[in-house]
Structures are given as structure tokens and as C-alpha cells.
Design a protein around this ligand. Structure first.
Ligand code: UD1
Ligand code: UDP
Length: 389
């Protein structure tokens, strides 16, 4: 079986590590993986660091699309991915999550009848002002095999009319939904101890045995709106009176802090002895920080889940989340970009740190499960359906 895996943004590169690792350990003779990097993320610490650290094979192709508006970026990727699919003629294209790289892969593949495997299918925020929501819906509805990591994801797909007990052969018009674990959980389990051994960020930043909040902020709905970004940073200033704050800054946020925060707030943040603004860290460093943090505060999808994996309370800086289970279990609070809700959530978790984290993300072997299903699908000659224009 030959698959083309499309990656582009940081979380997709990290997710791809789990699938590539499973192919190498269990299916090296059966599966050929061609990796296409769209180039959506390109800074060394947003891309290359993960290949080096997580032993992901070097991409076979890099489209170098870089940053641009949604339409321009997606169009450039779509053109490049289509050409590569025509060249490589894979059994499946594998797409992760919800980024513009995912959308481009879905549109390119569906139109030339390359069956799509969507990993992280079915997640919904029910907020179509998010580019990610559009990307998820389009990709799911063009997919042949949909792997959903949560029960909520499965329910969403059922509600949208996806069949559940249908027989093969599976096609874009007869798609198959599988409920399985989360591929990010595979990675967190695999790398947790390796991170302790191989990183020294906790020692370097003198955080050992010190309570600290780990924060990340990068959603356009927060960074691009001065009032929302100011509310988040004002809350961080307040929390930093009680606890150190470590904030690895996404490049989007670094750029917009300077234009979207008032000068006095900027000065307070940059001069604070308790707020540590640092460049994006590697994945191993990130999971070391997550494991040692007292609490996580984030608008990231991946980071809110990792907080849960490492049994940390999480304040979600969004009005809603696709990962509803972590809120329903009481381990995360939706505080939006609202200074008083953020500080209330902090007070709540300080007084009542959560202790129960039910297993909702599988057993850490989601990648193997998915590869088995793909192999089965390929044997049932899904590939016979492919039409190359
Ligand atoms: C993208 C995804 C988002 C995901 C996030 C993960 C879309 C629509 N959004 O958001 O779902 O959560 O990645 O991190 O696909 N930049 C750099 N260097 C880089 C990459 C980006 O400086 O290596 C800066 C550029 O100014 C760019 C901005 O960050 O314009 C935004 O990058 P982009 O890839 O468009 O979106 P993200 O905010 O990263
Ligand atoms: N991450 C990282 N370094 C950082 C910040 C995040 O390695 O400085 C990892 C994090 O551990 C998670 C993933 O990046 O695995 C999440 O990516 P991001 O927050 O950029 O995007 P999202 O998950 O919201 O799409």
C-alpha cells in the first residue's frame, strides 16, 4: 500500500510522527509512505525541530507555500498537492486535523478521486467563524475513511448523516467511520519519559519544584483582536502576581503583541519578572513543561488535550471547544478571552485541583489501528475507484 501523508502546520508534523513510527515498527514491508510538507509552517522551531527530535522521515516533497491569505495559501497548496498525487498515484492520501494544509489536500484529492483518510475526523466547534471549522467539515465530507478520536466526534458525524454500520467497499459516497483513540495520545505516551531524559528546560529555566502556569496563545480570534488579546494578557499579568507564567510564543502572536497590545500593557508584560516569554519550544520540551506545570492555559487544540493527558487542569481561552469531554469531566474550563472568567477559573482550580481523568483518548495505539484499517481498505481495492484526470 502506498500512502501520501500531507503535513504543513506544527501539530500535523507532530501527529505524523506517530503514524510514521508505527509504519517503521510494524508495517515497513507493507506500507510505503510519501510525506508531503506544504511549507505552511517554515521557521526552524515550527517545523525542522520536530523532524530532528521525533525521528520523522524527511519529507519527500516540500511545496514551500509559506504564509499568505487563506485563499492564496490554500490555492498554492492545492495546485502542488494535485500534481504530486498525479505523480505518486497513492492508494490513499492521509490528512490530519483542521488546517489549510488539510483543506488543500482534501480538495485536491477528492476531485481526482484519490480516497482520503481523515485523522481527527468529526470534531466540531459549531463556530463557522473559525477557519478550522470549515476545514474540518469539508475534509470530513470528502473522506472515505474517517478516524474519530472521541465519542463526541462520532456523534457529530452520525448527526451529519454519516452511515455507521455500512458494509465495504468504502468510497467517498459510502464512507467508513471508525471511532478509535487519539494519535496525539500515542505520541504523549511514547515521548513522556524520553522528554524527561533528553530535555533540560525545567532545570535551565529554574522551574524545578516551582509552581508555574504554562500558557500558549495563537488563535486568530485572540491574536488579531486587540481587545481580546489585551484581556488575555491582563489576566496573565494578574495571575503572574501569584505564580510564574511560561509562555512559548507562536510567531503569529509574537508579531501581533507589538501591534495589538497597548504600550503600557506591553511594557508590563515585557518587563515582568514572572512572565517568561520564550520562542516556540520543541515537542519534547513542551511535554516536559506540561508535565511539570501546575496548570495549563491555552487556546490550542493540541495543548488542551495534552494538559488532560498529563492530568493538569486547563483554562481554555476560547468560547467553545471541539474537545468537549475534557470540559464535561470538569478538568478544563472555558473562560474565553475574558479577564474575570480567566481569574475565576484560576481560583477554582487552585482550590480544587482535579484528580480524576477518565480514559477518553484510547490506549495509545491509535496509529496501529488506523494502519490496519487502511491496509484492509486497500486490499478491498478502494484504489479501483481512483480516477486520474
Ligand atoms: C495554523 C492553523 C491552525 C493551527 C496552527 C498551529 C490554519 C487556518 N490555521 O494557524 O489551525 O492551530 O497553524 O500552530 O491552517 N508564521 C511564521 N513562521 C512560521 C509560520 C507562521 O512567522 O513558520 C507567522 C506568519 O506571520 C503567518 C502567521 O504566523 O502569517 C500565521 O501562520 P498560518 O500558518 O497562516 O496560521 P497559524 O496561525 O499558524
Ligand atoms: N507545541 C510545541 N511547542 C510549542 C507549542 C506547542 O511543540 O512551543 C506542540 C504542542 O505540544 C502540541 C502542538 O504543538 O502537540 C499543538 O500545536 P498548536 O498549538 O500550534 O496547534 P493546534 O493544536 O491548536 O492546532
Amino acid at each position: 500500500m502506498k500512502i501520501v501523508t500531507v503535513i504543513g502546520a506544527r501539530p500535523q508534523i507532530i501527529k505524523a510522527a506517530a503514524l510514521s513510527r508505527a509504519i517503521k515498527s510494524h508495517y515497513a514491508n507493507e506500507i510505503q509512505e510519501i510525506i508531503v510538507h506544504t511549507g505552511q509552517h517554515y521557521d526552524e522551531n515550527m517545523s525542522q525541530v520536530f523532524f530532528d527530535e521525533l525521528q520523522i522521515p524527511r519529507p519527500d516533497h516540500n511545496l514551500h507555500v509559506g504564509s499568505a491569505s487563506h485563499g492564496v495559501q490554500t490555492a498554492r497548496m492545492t495546485e502542488g498537492i494535485e500534481a504530486l498525487l498525479l505523480k505518486e498515484r497513492p492508494d490513499f492520501i492521509v490528512l490530519y486535523g483542521d488546517t489549510n494544509s488539510t483543506l488543500a489536500g482534501a480538495v485536491a484529492a477528492a476531485k481526482i478521486h484519490v480516497p482520503i483518510v481523515h485523522i481527527e475526523a468529526g470534531l466540531r466547534s459549531f463556530n463557522k467563524s473559525m477557519p478550522e471549522e470549515i476545514n474540518r467539515i469539508v475534509c470530513d465530507h470528502c473522506s472515505t475513511l474517517l478516524f474519530t478520536p472521541t465519542k463526541a466526534g462520532l456523534e457529530n458525524l452520525k448527526r451529519e448523516g454519516f452511515p455507521i454500520d455500512n458494509a465495504d467497499p468504502y468510497t467517498i459516497d459510502n464512507p467508513k467511520v471508525y471511532h478509535c483513540g487519539d494519535i496525539m495520545y500515542d505520541n504523549s505516551l511514547h515521548f513522556a519519559d524520553i522528554a524527561e531524559e533528553k530535555t533540560d528546560i525545567i532545570q535551565r529555566m529554574e522551574l524545578a519544584n516551582k509552581p508555574f502556569i504554562l500558557a500558549t496563545i495563537h488563535r486568530d480570534s485572540n491574536t488579531d483582536h486587540p481587545e481580546r488579546l489585551s484581556a488575555v494578557f491582563s489576566a496573565l499579568m494578574r495571575l503572574s502576581m501569584e505564580c510564574q507564567v511560561v509562555l512559548p510564543l507562536h510567531p503569529r502572536t509574537s508579531k501581533l503583541l507589538k501591534t495589538n497590545l497597548k504600550e503600557d500593557l506591553q511594557a508590563q508584560i515585557f518587563n515582568s519578572q514572572s512572565i517568561h516569554l520564550i520562542p516556540p519550544v520543541s515537542f519534547l520540551e513542551m511535554i516536559a513543561l506540561e508535565r511539570h506545570a501546575q496548570l495549563v492555559m491555552t487556546d490550542s487544540g493540541g495543548v488542551q488535550k495534552e494538559a488532560y493527558f498529563f492530568k493538569k487542569p486547563c483554562i481554555i481561552l476560547r468560547p467553545e471547544t471541539e474537545w468537549v469531554e475534557i470540559v464535561q469531566t470538569g478538568n478544563a474550563i472555558l473562560a474565553d478571552a475574558d479577564e474575570s472568567r480567566i481569574t475565576q477559573a484560576w481560583q477554582h482550580f487552585k482550590g480544587n485541583p482535579p484528580t480524576t481523568f477518565p480514559e477518553i483518548f484510547g490506549d495509545g495505539h491509535a496509529a496501529e489501528f488506523m494502519l490496519e484499517k487502511m491496509l484492509k481498505g486497500a486490499k478491498k481495492s478502494i484504489r479501483g475507484e481512483i480516477f486520474f484526470a
